[in-house]
Write a protein that binds this ligand. Structure first.
Ligand code: NAI
Ligand code: MG
Length: 503
């Protein structure tokens, strides 16, 4: 429980600008807000206007050390708390989050540029859902008895790993954090989260809200940049597990450091997810599915975005035209406006990266890139990081747009003639996170589902992460699973064997 007053409002606060200011310049360590030891901060920018709305504590190794030491102290008592009690407390956190859904939705919309109605509010609700799900799993932290010999009691028990370091990205920071901290905490670990430099505010508020319920020091958060703040968290001797979501490049750095310490890691590293559409699909449902699959409402900033769409030739052109027409009707604008479907790109860096891909696609001989959805005309949004969704056709499979993760509102559509050919194309990727198939021929669908190299294959739907379903990729998309009971057991506990010889 908290013992010092916080700089933030106690009640849910619907003005995200006020809340952003109040959250400025702080880590959350040992149950309280604290500034960086160095006193340094960095700006948090509203990508819809380019204006600074807050600052964040610019964390370094000293802050990380303080957070990990507090987490290590708190973990000892937390691990002694009965598992179901820990779960009940995490479920109680979910109830607090539910009361703050609107607040959190607005705050994340402000700092990330994701539209409130289509994305941000949904994400806040999902956080509560994930906490509720894992909150109910405390009783599943069970061991086994092993029939070793009649006079020997041989059993296994599930033990927490200790302090978990969680490094999160900016695209769906609240949800991706929940997938890490909820199972880690229920399993009896304490956590130190390093937030993404582009989106440190809403997750910080969640940390405070959950600390209203959890014992101090069990859930801590530092903000800062990757090399200065993320790297020391991974290398800290008292961090006994790292869970990371982000780029392949950074994931490999994290993995290397973890290898030196011989600690387990979970890595979720994005994708280049194929969507395969057969002529016999339910056309309208598939079209609607293509829009959600591509996550245009999130400006395509999704690791599972259907950024390669393969359509059976007889309906190829009809599909491309219909999709362009649908995307055209989506409203791009102020993320906080209820009318807005599509907000902004997160940062200048990402904006430039996506633009480069689009320019490259447009300059490719034989390719066509259709820009859909009108740019906002509100002068207040003149400096906003808006990019029109682009639908490319005519690219070859060697194109960088087809091979690399763009993480922007860009999809490439191709015609295909037979299932084996499209299977080979779909699997011809460094990534293997997700895939979707759209057909009423379930024999064909199931056959391909088995052969697709992906952690998650959906037929006739493409939902975002759901609690209770294991989620995680193969190939360069990562290591390990999240979101499920097995994920909690396998990635946040170890099995100890105890034998008692009573002969
Ligand atoms: P990133 O992987 O560099 O950043 C993700 C997190 O890792 C951030 O919290 C960052 O501060 C931290 N980090 C960076 N360097 C680190 C280091 N040396 N040690 C420890 N932590 C470190 O991703 P970034 O630069 O934000 O985006 C680049 C690309 O990565 C995107 O364009 C996208 O393709 C991909 N990406 C994939 C995500 C996914 O959901 N799988 C999420 C975010 C980005
Ligand atoms: Mg980076």
């Amino acid at each position: 429980m908290l013992d010092t007053p916080h700089p933030t409002p106690e009640a849910p606060t619907l003005d995200p600008f006020v809340l952003a200011k109040a959250l400025s310049g702080q880590h959350f360590i040992g149950g309280r807000y604290v500034p960086a030891r160095s006193g340094k901060t960095f700006p948090v920018v509203n990508p819809a206007t380019g204006q600074e709305v807050a600052t964040a504590a610019d964390g370094d190794a000293a802050d990380v050390d303080a957070a990990v030491e507090d987490a290590a102290r708190a973990q000892k008592e937390w691990a002694k708390t009965a598992a179901r009690k820990r779960g009940a407390l995490v479920a109680q956190c979910a109830a607090v989050i539910r009361l703050h859904v609107e607040e959190l939705g607005r705050l994340i919309a402000l700092e990330t540029g994701k539209a409130l109605r289509t994305e941000s509010r949904v994400e806040a609700n999902t956080v509560a859902d994930i906490l509720e799900f894992f909150g109910g799993l405390g009783g599943e932290l069970k061991g086994e008895t092993v029939p070793f010999a009649p006079e020997v009691l041989s059993m296994t028990v599930r033990e927490p790993l200790g302090v978990v370091g969680a490094i999160i990205p900016w695209n769906v920071p609240m949800l991706l954090m929940a997938l890490k901290i909820a199972p880690a905490l229920v399993a009896g670990n304490s956590v130190v989260v390093k937030s993404a430099e582009e989106a440190p505010l809403a997750v910080l508020r969640i940390c405070e809200l959950m600390n209203r319920v959890l014992p101090a020091g069990v859930f801590n958060m530092v903000s800062g940049f990757g090399p200065e703040c993320g790297a020391p968290l991974v290398s800290h001797p008292k961090v006994r597990k790292v869970t990371f979501t982000g780029s392949v490049e950074t994931g490999k750095i994290v993995y290397r450091t973890a290898a030196e310490k011989l600690i387990p890691v979970t890595l979720e590293l994005g994708g280049k997810s194929p969507m395969i559409v057969f002529e016999d699909c339910d056309f309208d449902k598939t079209l609607a599915g293509a829009l959600t699959s591509m996550r245009f409402t999130r400006q395509g900033q999704s690791c599972t975005a259907a950024s390669r769409i393969y359509v059976e030739r007889p309906i190829f052109q009809r599909f491309v035209d219909a999709m362009a027409e649908k995307v055209d009707k989506m409203v791009m604008g102020d993320p906080l406006d209820e009318k807005t479907d599509i907000g902004t790109i997160i940062s200048d860096d990402q904006f430039n990266k996506v633009k480069t891909f689009i320019d490259e696609g447009k300059a490719t001989t034989g390719a066509e890139g259709r820009a859909c959805s009108a740019m906002p005309d509100d002068p207040a949004l003149k400096k906003g990081l808006f990019i029109q969704p682009h639908i490319f056709t005519g690219l070859t499979k060697e194109s960088r747009l087809v091979r690399e993760e763009i993480f922007g509102p860009v999809t490439c559509i191709f015609p295909f003639d037979d299932p084996e050919e499209v299977l080979a194309e779909a699997n011809d990727s460094e990534y293997g996170l997700a895939a979707s198939l759209w057909t009423n021929n379930l024999k064909v669908g199931l056959n391909l589902a088995h052969k697709l190299e992906a952690g998650l294959v959906q037929i006739n739907q493409n939902l975002v992460v759901q609690a209770n379903l294991s989620y995680g990729g193969v190939k360069s998309s990562g290591l390990g699973k999240e979101a499920s009971l097995e994920a909690m057991l396998e990635h946040f506990t170890h099995k100890k064997t105890i034998m008692i010889n009573m002969a």
